[in-house]
Design a protein. Sequence first.
Length: 385
Amino acid sequence: MPREALTGWKIARIFGIPIEISPSWIVIFLLIFWSLGAAVFPALAPIPDLPSWPMAAVATVLFFACLIAHELSHSLVSRHYGLQVRRIVLFLFGGVSESHEEMPSAVAEFWIALAGPASSLLLAVLFYGIGLATTGYLPATIVARWMGLINLALAAFNLLPGFPLDGGRIFRAVLWAWRKNYIEATRWASWGGEAIAVLLGLWGVVAALAFGDWFSMIWLGLLAVLLYGAAEASYRQAFVLTALRRVLVKDLMRRDLHPVHDSQTIPEAVSEVLAHYPEPAVPVTTDEESLVGILTAESLEQVPRRLWPRLRVTELMKPLSEAEVVHPTTPAIDALKQMQASGVDPLPVVDEHRLVGVVGEGDLQRYLRWHPAVLHHHERFGPPL
């Protein structure tokens, strides 16, 4: 599933990995519980006094436990290859194991991606065996067999060869190893994800028009939109990471600097610099152009304006020892990660305590749109932005 940021509530920690649930997860939990208790289990065993609602509660909890196991499998194999896993989040359309690090190799991606479906297949076999062992107690048999079937379906769906599904990552790993071209492999896997999304959407339309199943159309339509967007985002992210890894901050930074002086009051800094060059963060320098700190818009907003005339820039700035800065030879991709992690944009570029430039996400985006090497890539594969 897509590795985009999701808000969530922490419910557990397994193997040191936080497990969180998104607010949207409540919707799918209740929907699965209701459909199992009201329709699925009564249809599978149309007998009186069937405890369908307790069965539904057990099956729903087990289902999401299996989703966590699926994502944990990805996470543990990721750790084996030296990747840090930030958290696992359950949300409306499943689960996601979040890691902001790049895949070190095609081999690593292959085994990390395969781990999830493999765990689901093992769980399917386990539950099928439990179903055989509990034939004397019908409710347990029904729940176990349903769990076996749903894990089998989860594995099969995730093995479809398109991003952001596990099968798409396996597909990319194979192409990456074969063609030795990460971006080309990503583009093909993204196209596969877009094709799967379109087919899901068409399936939903057919279900509605041919069988009157409007619920399936809505559900499959939402899933198709999610998959299509995630497939595009996966390619965009891979392209950006690869393109920015090849250039340094000094190639992209702006040298037309507009710092504030460490002797200025806040009103002077605002009227002389910030009013003309509004930036979320501006460097603070001395007469010798040495950087001494960073003044952020956030720090200004925390102080009532009536107090500004009493304060100097140095009283609100973040000292250089605590500030986020980069060196001219820092890879652009590392600067982007630093901006995203710290929320500071633009970042001051410092060389031997001297401010030599600033670099922001806007500068990186201009490179990604207009640099000749990037434009040549767009002509071959189409723009990612």
